[in-house]
Design a protein around this ligand. Structure first.
Ligand code: COA
Length: 247
């Protein structure tokens, strides 16, 4: 069974991470399926909005650590690079329902969403530096722009996590709900009933100021990230994670 579940309800496509036994850690195959889902949705007139969500109790524990070790993404051709590009360029409303852990790219992908609803259990973190890595997905630009330099630097440099209330206060999430998926689906269906071209134009205008800057910073981040992935600091952090899990 695919580890990305795609279901359509009216004009709303839901893409759900489906690897709950590994806390929905994202593999290369999952990134490829996500890109494909987004790219097809972009070209399908019947799809008016996409919702990202997850099976189980957690959104995602971020990139699969084994994949980082065995198949480090080092080129623009990698599945993760293609996914990030699809995310940046997705022209229709993108919403997310987040419960439990949203680690690494699980949080940075939200910076590209138009509406995020946080579950009461949501816990966000971007521990890139703790793993010997650097921020990605344009987050080194988008996150300080959202929350201010000092707070962004503290969160990136300590790896500390934050909850749904903080995410709302920061502007990373729009609201908190015990059932974030039901909440976000209502908003997505409402958006799907609006005139579609007006919605696409509205999103393009909202994103216009940042688009080229984010594309450029993503490229720069990716180059440093690719080198960092093969560093001693990263290897040590990955080995520590693996040994903690008795792998
Ligand atoms: N890659 C691969 N497997 C992962 C994973 C990841 N990023 N995150 C969690 N898993 C797996 C665990 O190995 C475990 O599998 P197992 O039962 O076969 O051992 C399962 O998911 C559950 O995770 P576990 O670590 O037991 O849960 P926890 O509640 O003790 O801890 C976290 C939760 C998120 C703190 C911990 O899993 C973690 O630190 N994960 C790595 C997060 C990370 O660094 N992501 C990369 C960001 S760039």
């Amino acid at each position: 069974m695919s580890e990305i579940l795609a279901t359509q309800d009216g004009g709303v496509l839901t893409l759900s991470f489906n690897r709950p036994e590994k806390m929905n850690a994202l593999t290369r195959a999952m990134y490829a399926d996500l890109s494909q889902g987004l790219n097809e949705a972009a070209g399908d007139f019947g799809i008016r909005a996409v919702v990202l969500t997850a099976e189980g109790d957690h959104f995602t524990a971020g990139n699969d650590i084994m994949d980082f070790m065995n198949n480090p993404p080092t080129s623009d051709d990698s599945e993760v690079a293609k996914f990030l590009s699809s995310l940046l360029n997705f022209p229709k409303p993108l919403l997310a329902a987040v419960k439990g852990n949203a680690v690494g790219v699980g949080t940075t992908m939200l910076l590209h969403c138009d509406v995020v609803i946080a579950g009461t259990t949501a816990n966000f973190s971007m521990p890139f530096a703790s793993l010997g890595l650097v921020p990605e997905a344009g987050s080194s630009f988008l996150f300080p722009q959202l929350v201010g330099y000092q707070r962004a630097a503290r969160i990136f440099m300590t790896g500390e996590s934050f909850d749904a209330d903080s995410a709302i206060e920061m502007g990373l999430a729009a609201a908190k709900d015990v059932d974030p998926l039901a909440h976000v689906m209502k908003i997505a269906q409402h958006i799907a009933e609006q005139p579609p071209q007006a919605i696409i134009n509205t999103k393009a205008l909202l994103k216009a100021k940042n688009h080229d800057a984010v594309a450029a910073i993503m490229k720069a981040e990716f180059e440093i990230f690719a080198m960092a992935l093969q560093s001693d600091e990263a290897m040590e952090a990955f080995m520590k994670f693996m040994s903690k899990k008795g792998k």
